[in-house]
Ligand binder design. Structure first.
Ligand code: FMN
Length: 393
């Protein structure tokens, strides 16, 4: 989330892993979101990728050896005092072990000892990762307030298969956003729906709508950042699952209905941002419909009203938030929908303004008797909506 990372001072620590080249992408993504980044590399990391790359991209010298830049400057103390966050990506098994033991013999371990906590993104061979000593180090570091961004499973640089690949760079940037957000939803379960549903006419054709799912994904990410356990129930989309969010893929309204009713039972908050189809074909042909006739008439019947069902079965203390995509009389229609479906809040947008698929949006959030207009990137609008909800929780 740009809003969260903007102007933050981030120290990027790079260690001697083959994944060190991915640090360039992490640095660029953080800078794109408005962060100010300085880089520290272990001497081993400097053998994998030239410090000049980072010096050029940050406009600052890279901290490798603890040789004062200016007279009397002690770089590990000044840099650690400057930083809002120490992000070590990639982190070798060696550096992780040293941090867990309080050893400070490289630029990165010196910074870790000074910063006391931060985010560690391990990257290593599967056997190094699974080694009980490494696992014990993770446990210890987590208990001391360090965040570990779990590596991924797959084909490793050494040719072996297993867990140990550096986490996806976008997940690492999500974890950085989460770091700066208050954990006001900790212990709460949030269920979000996103995207468009599909209703099949025959095996290869369906009725749908242009919803991209971006708003729902942004809401799921924001809720995760505020500390919630998040379940995202989504129609087909190419969007990447936000870091730490549980995703359930569905296609039809019926599938979404079943998934929602199951997940919402023990949820604290339900947010319905999916563009759910109101009608479906009365019959779905089991074979592809042939182009033999000049006309084809489709009979449509109503689909299940998921939001209404959730509102109706709402338990004490549960919050149900709906979305209303309107083309006219937005506020009046939204207020009426809120009442009719027993909602606690509603996010209204005017679909004539071209919000489908775009990165930005303009909404009015009706919640607890207040009417608030919010506009900007969907990620930042989602942040404001979840922040407001979490303050009432
Ligand atoms: C080609 C090569 C790739 C390596 N990749 C990794 C790696 O991905 N993860 C890891 O923990 N160690 C890796 N190592 C071993 C570390 O570089 C070694 O433990 C080194 O001492 C780490 O130093 P540092 O933690 O101070 O950066 C690799 C070594 C070589 C030669």
């Amino acid at each position: 989330m740009k809003k969260v990372i903007k102007n933050k001072k981030i120290l990027l620590g790079i260690t001697g892993s083959i994944a060190a080249y991915k640090s360039v992408e992490i640095l660029r993504l953080l800078q794109k979101k408005g962060a100010e980044v300085r880089v520290a590399m272990t001497p081993s990391a400097a053998k994998f990728i030239a410090p000049l790359t980072f010096e050029t991209l940050t406009g600052h010298s890279v901290f490798i050896e603890n040789v004062p830049e200016r007279e009397c400057e002690i770089r590990h103390t000044t840099l650690s005092a400057w930083a809002d966050l120490l992000l070590i990506a990639p982190a070798t098994a060696n550096t992780i072990a040293k941090i867990a033991c309080g050893i400070a013999d490289t630029s990165v371990t010196e910074l870790a000892l000074c910063c006391q906590k931060g985010i560690i993104c391990p990257a290593m061979n599967v056997r190094m990762f699974e080694n009980l000593i490494t696992q014990e180090n993770f446990r210890k570091l987590k208990s001391l307030g360090w965040e570990i961004v779990e590596p991924e499973s797959g084909y490793l640089a050494c040719g072996e298969e297993g867990k140990g690949r550096l986490a996806d760079v976008e997940d690492i940037v999500d974890a950085v956003s989460y770091w700066f957000m208050p954990k006001t939803l900790k212990g709460k379960k949030v269920v979000v729906t996103a995207g468009a549903t599909r209703e099949y006419i025959d095996p290869v054709r369906f009725i749908s709508n242009p919803s991209s799912g971006k708003m729902g994904f942004a809401l799921a990410k924001a809720a995760k950042g505020f500390g919630a356990d998040v379940v995202l129930i989504t129609g087909k989309t190419h969007l990447k699952t936000p870091y730490g969010v549980k995703r359930i893929n569905v296609e039809t309204v019926e599938e979404m209905f079943n998934a929602v009713m199951k997940e919402v039972k023990d949820a604290n908050i339900y947010i319905s941002s999916a563009a759910v189809g109101d009608f479906k074909p009365a019959h779905c042909s089991s074979e592809k419909i042939k182009k033999t006739k000049d006309k084809l008439t489709l009979e449509l019947v109503k689909t299940q009203d998921i939001l209404k069902a959730v509102g109706k079965s709402k338990k004490e203390g549960q919050l149900v938030i709906g979305f209303a995509a309107e083309t006219e009389n937005e506020i009046e229609n939204a207020k009426e929908k809120m009442k009719r479906k027993n909602l606690d809040g509603i996010v209204v947008n005017n679909v004539r303004k071209g919000i489908f698929g775009s990165d930005g949006t303009e909404v009015t959030f009706l919640f607890k008797g207040k009417e608030r207009r919010i506009s900007g990137l969907k990620e930042d609008v989602a942040f404001e909506i979840i922040k407001e909800i979490s303050e009432k929780e």
